[in-house]
Design a protein around this ligand. Structure first.
Ligand SMILES: [Fe+2]
Length: 409
């Protein structure tokens, strides 16, 4: 293994490519990465273990998930069992992260690497690479060749930033044409990040289904540079693969609920759960949202009451799949009351497959609720004084536009 690590260090130093795109303030204004994934020249001609002439193909990504001010998840997939590492740096690519789980470098077709220790509001270049693992023998495993992506770049979140723009899509429900069309729309005006508020699948079946019907078209659309902040929908609770989706879609915390700060925004991503009670016959006793939602409610209380950013950020925005959040068999009141007390400014949801703007007061809510439809993009331009919301349909036609002014908190 020592030999393996040294080989990689040498390879990383030798593979630094000249990169023209450095220091762009906004992710969307950066040019897309140039080139395609490529096999790197034989990096271990004299390796003492057997090396086959087999190079993995990158079949998804890289996709940036759950961006924060100091960290980000980089995820990609390969067609065959491989390892994975990320090389990155500010200005030039000079660091690398080789992941490990319990001391072993993960080998498989999905690769998920967390870059940590980044600085807020900085632009980093990065590349992913995977080397084929042909046979995981106890000694002298058989290896193959390495595939390496082109260089991409991203900008970390920064709570000190004056403004930020983001886009929201929802309920894509395995419609690849829909995802590609919405991503094209998003690219017409650059954004710092994209939120998907759930129901990416009809129900979970397999890794290939998740890749083909969601991850790949999203990753292709986001071009390795715009991060995805994912929110779980009720359909992600269903199917034989539902219990595995976290390996691909969890936030860095290993949960589906999390908070992030970017510019004037304090963002609270909630998991609104199933839309039917645990005792509903179709689940045959295999859901326990009751305890899960208790845990989430305790977390929500803590983040909405104790976190100073709720009071100091110009705007707090909640993202959740179902605007009728709360207890699965109890109603939304305590959750909405908590949000009212925290002076939440906006709740962005999906689930209904049609647009609705629920103004303050309609459901006991002191904040606006935006229910985004299935073939729509919500674009939000946030400054320290206002949230400017525009909702367009798949053809780019404006459906609604409104502004939310900053409250005295
Ligand atoms: Fe839904």
């Amino acid at each position: 293994m020592k030999c393996f690590r040294v080989l990689y260090a040498v390879m990383a130093m030798g593979m630094v490519l000249p990169i023209a795109a450095v220091g762009y303030g906004k992710a969307g204004s950066m040019p897309a990465a140039q080139g395609r994934p490529a096999a790197v020249p034989d990096d271990d001609a004299n390796a003492p273990y057997k090396t086959f002439d087999a190079t993995p193909a990158i079949t998804m990504g890289p996709l940036l998930l759950d961006m924060s001010d100091t960290s980000v998840v980089v995820e990609w997939m390969t067609d065959a069992a491989s390892d994975g590492k990320v090389s990155y740096g500010e200005g030039k690519i000079e660091h690398e992260v080789i992941p490990q789980v319990d001391g072993l470098v993960p080998v498989g077709t999905v690769h998920r690497v967390v870059l940590r220790g980044l600085l807020p509001g900085r632009t980093y270049q990065y590349k992913v690479s995977s080397r084929r693992v042909v046979a995981l023998k106890p000694y002298w495993p058989d290896r193959g060749q390495t595939v390496e992506s082109p260089a991409y770049s991203f900008t970390t979140f920064d709570a000190a930033k004056k403004t930020t723009d983001f886009a929201v899509v929802t309920d894509t429900h395995e419609d690849v044409g829909r995802i590609r069309a919405l991503m094209d729309l998003i690219h017409q005006a650059p954004v710092d990040f994209v939120v998907h508020t759930g129901d990416s699948l009809n129900y979970g079946v397999s890794e290939n289904q998740l890749k083909d019907k969601f991850l790949e078209p999203v990753a292709t659309g986001l071009q390795g540079r715009t991060p995805l902040q994912y929110v779980r929908g009720n359909h992600e609770y269903r199917g034989e693969f539902a219990r595995s989706l976290g390996e691909y879609l969890h936030a860095q915390s290993g949960k589906y609920f999390y908070t992030r700060d970017q510019g004037p925004l304090h963002m609270v991503m909630v998991d609104t759960g199933e839309d039917k009670a645990d005792a509903t016959n179709v689940y045959a006793g295999l859901n326990n949202l009751r305890d899960y939602k208790q845990e989430e409610f305790a977390w929500l209380k803590q983040v909405l009451v104790d976190e100073t950013r709720v009071r100091t950020a110009p705007f707090t925005v909640v993202f959740g799949h179902d605007s009728r959040w709360g207890w699965v068999d109890g109603g939304p009141d305590p959750w909405t009351q908590l949000a009212n007390q925290a002076q939440v400014d906006l709740f962005i949801a999906g689930h209904e497959h049609r647009y609705e703007h629920i103004t303050p007061g309609k459901r006991g809510n002191d904040f606006s609720i935006l229910v985004l439809g299935q073939d729509q993009v919500a674009r939000v331009e946030a400054s320290d004084q206002a949230l400017k919301v525009t909702v367009v349909d798949r053809t780019g036609k404006t459906i609604d536009a409104f502004s939310i002014q900053r409250k005295n908190k």
